[in-house]
Design a protein around this ligand. Structure first.
Ligand SMILES: *Cc1c(COP(=O)(O)O)cnc(C)c1O
Length: 397
């Protein structure tokens, strides 16, 4: 592919990174192998000195199926390279630990996924990293926190579960002034709806467990960025600490990429309709969805994203009792704690994903007992709206 003849996004999602074996298979091959054979002792020696892109040593270092996923996703994100990991958290922890050393200063937005919070607040300080948390939507707080010794800025571009949108361009400019790297966890924005690299992120992380798989089967993650960062900083850390992605999971994710934008666009459109319905329901106090006019950062969301994502968060009337009443009344929507699945999922963050947080911290993040998160799947729109509506009607407060 020549530089000025790059195919469009959806074409890359189907063909990008494909490596064919001598058999010319149409569908991506699953290379279920740990090791790779050498023609001679000399060849083995050479490969250990410098391993070219299309040669492999050991599956913890790289594997042809995994490599296809890395190259396809790097192409979709518009960056030079990627390294796939065993889960989204292996990507997050690998990235942060490969960059930061004792004495470094990290600024992170407070509204992080529970496990990301654990890394930032419990793990990194044990190794001497100074951590400062800010309200990600408040640019003045970012401005105050980012200082000349700041090494890294970490944020979720759309936060979970309250769907706050962070102004990546503004935070990126502040970080660049002090040469700090910006690491963006883009799970909720999805690879489809936001070009984070264009907006100032140096490193983009996905839990491919979510929309890339898209059908709730495999765990996976990926770190995307410049070739220098991926190969010189990230790869040595991840390949030696062991967070490699299994080839089978990579294969599932590769096939997932082919249909990801079709699925996500449909899910996002249905999510918006669900948002509209809930906004007008008497038992809903507030609906959170980035692409509804009622969202506090609607303008920013429109600038930064091409759709609002596949998750809708609701603040219901009442408290935990009413939230549980609603959840238990759902018939089609299943009770679980994932998102980005073909099956719609309802989550009560306060008692599950965010249970570990102190009540005061939850309150600060807006995660009230009356808040529920709806991950919109691929069921029929009318059926989903009917199920959510009948469950909302059940609430008696
Ligand atoms: C799910 C998720 C992760 C972790 O991904 P796993 O694949 O479950 O390890 C990290 N960050 C965000 C924002 C997530 O939603």
């Amino acid at each position: 592919m020549s530089k000025n003849n790059v195919p469009n996004w959806q074409t890359l999602a189907v063909h990008g990174g494909t490596r064919r074996s001598i058999y010319g298979e149409m569908s991506e091959a699953l290379f279920l192998t740990q090791g790779f054979m050498y023609e001679s002792a000399e060849q083995a020696e050479q490969r250990f000195i410098k391993c070219p892109d299309d040669e492999f040593i050991y599956a913890r270092y790289g594997n042809p199926t995994v490599r296809m996923l890395e190259e396809r996703m790097a192409g979709l994100e518009g960056v030079e390279d990627g390294f796939a990991t065993a889960s989204g958290m292996a990507a997050v922890s690998g990235t942060l630990c490969s960059i930061l050393s004792a004495g470094d200063h990290l600024v992170a937005s407070r509204a992080l996924f529970g496990s990301c919070l654990y890394i930032v607040q419990n793990v990194l300080p044990r190794f001497g990293v100074e951590v400062e948390m800010v309200d990600g939507t408040d640019l003045e707080q970012w401005q105050r926190a980012i200082r000349p010794e700041t090494k890294l800025v970490f944020l979720e571009t759309v936060s979970n579960p309250m769907l706050e949108v962070i102004d990546l361009q503004a935070v990126g400019e502040m970080a660049r002034q002090v040469d700090a790297m910006v690491v963006a966890d883009n799970a909720l924005a999805t690879p489809v709806f936001q070009r984070s690299a264009e907006r100032g992120a140096d490193v983009i992380i996905y839990s491919t467990t979510k929309h890339v798989d898209g059908q709730g089967r495999c765990l996976g993650g990926i770190v995307l960025g410049s070739r220098a960062f991926i190969r010189e900083t990230l790869e040595p850390f991840v390949k030696h600490t062991g967070g490699a992605l299994a080839p089978f999971n990579a294969w599932v994710m590769l096939k997932g990429l082919e249909t990801m934008s079709l699925r996500c666009r449909h899910q996002a459109a249905v999510a918006r309709e669900i948002g509209r319905m809930t906004e007008n329901h008497p038992n809903v106090v507030r609906t959170y969805f980035p692409m509804l006019e009622s969202h506090p950062q609607f303008d920013l969301a429109c600038r930064q994203m091409t759709a609002g994502g596949t998750v809708v968060t609701l603040q219901l009337k009442g408290g935990k009792k009413e939230a549980f009443q609603f959840i238990n009344a759902l018939k089609l929507v299943k009770i679980s704690n994932n998102f980005g699945d073909a099956k719609s999922i309802i989550t009560h963050p306060a008692t599950t994903t965010h249970q570990r947080l102190a009540a005061a911290e939850r309150k600060k993040l807006g995660i009230l007992d009356s808040v529920v998160r709806v991950s919109v799947g691929l069921e029929d729109q009318d059926d989903l709206i009917a199920d959510l509506k009948q469950a909302l009607d059940v609430i008696d407060s």
